[in-house]
Ligand binder design. Sequence first.
Ligand code: GLV
Ligand code: MN
Ligand code: MN
Ligand code: MN
Length: 400
Amino acid sequence: MTAATELLSAIGTVGRDPRRGGFSRHGFDPVELELREWFVAEAERRGLAVRADRNGNLWAWWGEPGRDAVVTGSHLDSVPGGGAFDGPLGVVSALAAVDLLREHGFAPAKPFAVVVFAEEEGGRFGMPCLGSRLLTGSIDADAARHLRDPDGTSLADAVTAAGLDPARLGRDDEALAAIGTFVELHVEQGRGLIDLGAPVAVASSILAHGRWRFRFTGEGNHAGATLLGDRRDPMVPAAEMVLAARVAAAEVDDARATVGRLVPNPGGTNVIASTVDVWLDARAPDDARTRQVLDRIRGMATEAAQREGCDLAVTEESYGDTVHFDTGLRDRVAAALGGVPALPTGAGHDAGVLAAHVPTAMLFVRNPTGVSHAPEEFAEAEDCESGVTALAAVLGQLAG
Ligand code: GLV
Ligand code: MN
Ligand code: MN
Ligand code: MN
């Protein structure tokens, strides 16, 4: 068996981002395409037959493709300046689990596939879980084709450059019917397993979460020649909105709200911006609380915009309601592992999108830093191997 960490180190130079630190690997960009080629080669080296589906997700079949398969995998893209584990750990663990099962003389009785979903983080086109949302039809294909990256390239053009037909993007009933059960292994993104002192857990739920773009529009002007009283500076309400996000989230039990991206246009030191785009990421245990946080932030941002004579337009870019993973499957997973803790997560996953359609489970591997979406994200080699052993045990049970 090739160790998961050995596979990870094989891609450890691909997509490094010297400016931000960590990795920047985004859907259908040259770096992600290189990672996909690497995956194809690794899968083929194991005798798996790889094909891309209509939405650019990769499927590596162990044995004959078929319906109702046991499917495992994750994603290879990252957030800007992300860690080495979020996504790739699930992919390399799936390959290592295939190796381990084989070493034990196991051959799946059911169709079995390792899948790599496209653009899970939404780091390029703004839509998280793009590949799984397209596959399941949970986003409109035409709207998706028109998504644009920060350079203005449309998703339609990006997939065309990657050799796909943009007209065929969208709900893929054949691919969906192929998935009988989906299991995603993932590095943990918080401190749950540190606190429990355990290497592996099974996921119980995912917070409701969404992304919204707040566009403040004022009047571009000169930083030196424009008197304070004459300004309509959209950066001022944008700054108030950042603080409003913290206030609103603190008012609601177990809610989170984050501004991780704020873009002034045109963005010059001596220029009062004409517009500022502020992206809000808001999450809470349920839809009502998430909407409550959003509405409170929108209210405060609207008042701040009015005080400065600016306009505000809010666009919902993505949304996903709370996910409660299939309890029957979770019990089977826990039983296959001789009992493991169950943990909720605040992070979104393709498994969460698929959970609305098929029985889905997730395994988390301890992250000793408790940090994710940053270069400090980590998992010890020993815990990664515990993850592979656990994943192989679960897959063996499901596909045996
Ligand atoms: C993706 O990992 C997210 O939770 O935003
Ligand atoms: Mn992530
Ligand atoms: Mn992930
Ligand atoms: Mn994610």
